[in-house]
Design a protein. Sequence first.
Length: 88
Amino acid sequence: MTFFHEIGHSMNADHDDAAEFKNRKKECNPSDEEGGSYLMFPTGTEGLLPNNRAYSHCSLDTISYVLKEKKFIFIFISQLLDIQLIYS
Ligand SMILES: [Zn+2]
């Protein structure tokens, strides 16, 4: 899971408890009873709760923005690595 956390950072995703998401605390920084923390929570988890292996909407909003802005770079890299992108 650390790997996917770092991938999130490389896509410009901040931690789920960052100040920029303070108004979306319930959505992106839920309690264990609400499914647990997401991948971009600053501390690691055991990965046992439903949210532990997923990106929050805060992360996805940032990552999708970067993908849209840098789309040509990802297309280039995917062609180099022969990876098929789902994103269009
Ligand atoms: Zn981090």
